[in-house]
Design a protein around this ligand. Structure first.
Ligand code: G1P
Length: 303
């Protein structure tokens, strides 16, 4: 274990959702619909992320959005008129579900800040600085969908609150030819339970220069000092302010742990990942499972 890491347990009260990206990989679908609102069956990716934050006991959700993506605000907030219209038609089930999914204005806090220019993930996180509650913050990238027995953020927070390190990132092993699409850890060889401590982290290294195959996926718990490091962070890969670089800068001071989460991750930022997630969820429902079985035996229709 990194002896310089503080062994003080601090509560994680805030989650930041960077949702300003323009979703170019999904155009034209994302021309008018934010990519975070694309559904797996009937549930938008953002809803999975919000549910995961709730399950982890998060008090305040901060959405770092883009002025062209007002649909996100409309989605997140409760829509009384729609629920009334549904109820007047006797559709109580779906009205109840919408009520539960939306932010509860009494029990929950949702804040919106804008990131008008795409200056990088680190910049997006920094945009939230004036809205965060004291203590460490969680960051959830909604296009990394993680499903499991236990919510990924909840299991990370449980480990984080034992004081293992100041920065914690979700990690999974990937193949050498995938590694350049991720932030990658340089583990120091120390593993305790699901936590692997690291002495470095690099953003999207070339395959043959990667320090390991331990890739970072979109869940972070960051010591509050991340904001000072982000303020001083020079642009890195692609001319963007990289969250990875600011995390790496704080390792000496607060320590870094890669958390090997137990759930299954779907890369819903890609069409293939979205398809995999949809098939996996469809396979869980009887009504859809039979369609999958039928489809497997059907010849492909010509375009
Ligand atoms: C971002 C991060 C990267 C991380 C990845 C996980 O990259 O910069 O370090 O591994 O998310 O999905 P992006 O996929 O936004 O290019």
């Amino acid at each position: 274990m990194n002896t310089s890491s503080p062994k003080v347990s601090q509560k994680v009260r805030t989650a930041i959702f960077p949702v300003a990206g323009l979703g170019t990989r999904f155009l034209p679908a994302t021309k008018a619909t934010p990519k975070e609102l694309l559904p797996v069956l009937d549930k938008p990716l953002l809803q999975f992320a919000m549910d995961e934050a709730r399950d982890a006991g998060i008090e305040r959700m901060i959405f770092v959005s883009h002025p062209s993506k007002s649909a996100i605000e409309r989605y997140v907030h409760h829509d009384e008129e729609l629920c009334d219209a549904l109820r007047s038609k006797g559709k109580h089930g779906i009205a109840d579900r919408l009520g539960k999914d939306a932010i509860d204005p009494v029990a929950e806090q949702a804040h919106f800040v804008m990131q008008p220019t795409p200056l990088g993930l680190g910049h997006a996180v920094l945009c939230a600085v004036d809205e965060v509650l004291p203590g460490p913050v969680a960051v959830i990238l909604p296009d990394d969908l993680i499903v499991g027995q236990k919510g990924c953020l909840r299991e990370m927070i449980e480990a984080y609150e034992t004081g293992v390190a100041g920065h914690m990132v979700a990690t999974m092993e990937v193949s050498r030819d995938e590694v350049s699409a991720y932030g990658v850890l340089d583990p120091d060889g120390d593993v305790e339970g699901q936590c692997m401590t690291a002495r470095g982290m690099v953003e999207k290294p070339e395959a043959d220069a990667a320090p390991s195959l331990q890739a970072v996926v979109g869940r972070y718990i960051l010591d509050a000092s991340i904001f000072d490091d982000l303020r001083q962070q020079d642009p890195g890969l692609g001319g963007e302010i990289q969250l990875t670089d600011a995390i790496a800068k704080g390792i000496e001071r607060v320590g870094l742990c890669g958390f090997r989460f137990s759930g299954q991750r779907f890369d819903c930022g890609s069409k293939a990942g979205m398809l995999r997630a949809t098939l996996a969820f469809a396979g869980r429902h009887d009504e859809f499972r039979s369609i999958l079985e039928d489809h497997a035996s059907l010849p492909l229709a010509a375009e």
